[in-house]
Design a protein around this ligand. Structure first.
Ligand code: NAD
Length: 411
C-alpha cells in the first residue's frame, strides 16, 4: 500500500486523495538537514490529526547539485514532469550555478510551471528576537508577481552588437539618446499577468477574512509599468468584486463591515510605513522586484528569513511549489545546526493549501510553543541569551513532542 494518488484540479478546486503523492526536492547546502526536519514534522502532524487515515507519500525529484551529480543536468525534465503530474510540491534551497547555462534554478522552476504568484505570509512568533519594537503588529501576506518585470531576463550587455543596435534603434525611432556604453534591461509589465496576480491577492483576502489589499508600486516614476499595475488593480477590483470591495477614495480609509479596502502606496514610502505603522497593512499585491525587496524587509521585522515561509502558486491550474525563503547557507551544510522553521512553515502552508488545515494549525501552534519554551536553534539562541540551543533535528523533535501535547488538549 505504498503507492500514492495524484492530486487533481477542476472548477478552480483541488481534489486531494487521502494518500497524495507529493514530490520533494531536498535542496543543496543545508537543504538535506532542513528537509529531514520538515518531513519529520509534517508526517507527525498528519499522523496526530488523522491517525493512519491520511498520509503523504513522498517522491524525491532531483534539482541542483544532486541532480547535476547524478544526471549531469541541473534541472532534469523528469522533475518538471513529476511536478506537472502531481501538481503540488515542496523544495529546499538550491544553489544558483555560477557560470552555468541557467540563470537561477528557482526562477527557471517558477517560469517553467508558470507559478505566477509568490506568496509569503509574514507574522511574528512570540519570543523570536527582532530588531523592531512591536513585531507583533506585523501580520501581512505578500503576493509578489513572479513571471515578469526585470526578472524576465531581457538584458543586453554594454558594448555588444545587440546593445549598440538597440541604442541606435531607440535614437532613430523614439529620439531617445542613450550613452554608447549603456547596458540595457527591459521591464515588461503586462495587463493580463498583473490582473491574475492582483486577483489572487484579492481572492485570498476575501477567503481568509482579511481587511485590506494594498497595491505597492513605483507608478509615480514608472508610469506605464508600475503605474499601470496600480490602475489595472483598481479596475479589476471594481469589475470583479463590486459588492465586496471599496476603494480608499470611496470611504476615506474606513470600509463598511463586510467590505475589503483596496488601496495603494508608493514603494519607497511603503518601507517606512511598514516599519512605523505595520498594523495598517494586511495583504500586499506588488510587482516582482518590489516584492523581492519587500518580502525580505518584512521578514527581517519579525526575526529574519529563517522564520519566513513561501510558496509559488498558479491559482488557475493549481500548480504550487512551496519553499524556504532563504538560500543554501553552504558553510552550515551537513552540520544539523540551522533553523528549519522556514521550510517547516512552508510545509504547513502546503497542508493548508491542500485542505489539511488542521495539521497546518497544529504545526504553527507547536512551533509557537517550542519557541515560547526558549528551545531554539543557534541563530535565535545567540540573540536570546537565556535560551536552550538545540540542533536542527532536535528542534523538529521538540515540535513533534509539543504537537502530541497540544493535540491531547484540543483534538
Ligand atoms: P543564504 O540565505 O544561503 O545564507 C545567508 C546567511 O543566512 C547564512 O550564512 C546563515 O548565516 C543565514 N541563514 C540562512 N538560512 C538559515 C537558516 N535556516 N537558519 C539559520 N541561519 C540561516 O544566502 P546566500 O549565502 O546569499 O546564498 C547562498 C546560496 O543560496 C547561493 O547559491 C544562492 O543563489 C542560493 N539561494 C537560493 C535560494 C532559493 O533556493 N530559494 C534563495 C536565496 C539564495
Amino acid at each position: 500500500m505504498s503507492e500514492g494518488d495524484v492530486i487533481l484540479f477542476g472548477n478552480g478546486k483541488l481534489t486531494v486523495p487521502n494518500r497524495p503523492t507529493i514530490p520533494f526536492i531536498e535542496g543543496d547546502g543545508i537543504g538535506p538537514d532542513i528537509w529531514k526536519a520538515t518531513k519529520t514534522v509534517l508526517d507527525r502532524a498528519v499522523e496526530v490529526v488523522w491517525g493512519g487515515n491520511r498520509k503523504i507519500i513522498w517522491k524525491e525529484v532531483l534539482a541542483g547539485e544532486k541532480a547535476h551529480r547524478i544526471t549531469g543536468t541541473w534541472l532534469p525534465e523528469e522533475t518538471i514532469e513529476a511536478l506537472h503530474i502531481h501538481r503540488v510540491g515542496i523544495k529546499g534551497p538550491l544553489t544558483t550555478p555560477v557560470g552555468g547555462g541557467i540563470r537561477s534554478l528557482n526562477v527557471a522552476l517558477r517560469q517553467r510551471l508558470d507559478l505566477y504568484a509568490c506568496v509569503r505570509p509574514v507574522r511574528y512568533f512570540n519570543g523570536v528576537p527582532t530588531p523592531t519594537r512591536q513585531p507583533d503588529k506585523v501580520n501581512m501576506v505578500v503576493f509578489r508577481e513572479n513571471t515578469e518585470d526585470v526578472y524576465a531576463g531581457f538584458e543586453l550587455k554594454e558594448g555588444t552588437q545587440e546593445a549598440r543596435s538597440l541604442i541606435a534603434h531607440l535614437k532613430e525611432t523614439y529620439g531617445w539618446h542613450l550613452p554608447p556604453d549603456t547596458g540595457i534591461g527591459i521591464k515588461p509589465i503586462s495587463r493580463a499577468r498583473s490582473r491574475r496576480l492582483i486577483q489572487a491577492a484579492i481572492d485570498y483576502a476575501l477567503d481568509n477574512g482579511r481587511r485590506s489589499v494594498t497595491l505597492v508600486h513605483k507608478g509615480n516614476i514608472q508610469k506605464f509599468t508600475e503605474g499601470a499595475f496600480r490602475q489595472w488593480g483598481y479596475d479589476l477590483a471594481k469589475e470583479l468584486y463590486p459588492d465586496r470591495i471599496i476603494t480608499w477614495d470611496e470611504c476615506n480609509g474606513h470600509p463598511p463591515i463586510g467590505r475589503i479596502l483596496i488601496k495603494d502606496t508608493i514603494a519607497d514610502i511603503f518601507f517606512q510605513q511598514a516599519l512605523t505603522r505595520p498594523n495598517e497593512f494586511d495583504v500586499i499585491a506588488t510587482t516582482n522586484l518590489n516584492g523581492d525587496y519587500i518580502s525580505d524587509a518584512l521578514a527581517a521585522q519579525v526575526g529574519g528569513v529563517g522564520m519566513a515561509p513561501g510558496a509559488n502558486i498558479n491559482y488557475q491550474n493549481g500548480y504550487a511549489l512551496f519553499e524556504a525563503t532563504h538560500g543554501t547557507a553552504p558553510k552550515y551544510a551537513g552540520l544539523d545546526k540551522v533553523n528549519p522553521c522556514s521550510l517547516i512553515l512552508s510545509g504547513a502552508m502546503m497542508l493548508q493549501y491542500i485542505g489539511w488545515g488542521e495539521a497546518s494549525a497544529l504545526i504553527e501552534k507547536a512551533i509557537e510553543k517550542t519557541i515560547a519554551q526558549k528551545t531554539v536553534t543557534y541563530d535565535l539562541a545567540r540573540l536570546m541569551g537565556d535560551a536552550k540551543e538545540v540542533s536542527c533535528s532536535g528542534f523538529a523533535a521538540c515540535v513533534c513532542e509539543n504537537m502530541g501535547e497540544i493535540s491531547n488538549l484540543v483534538l
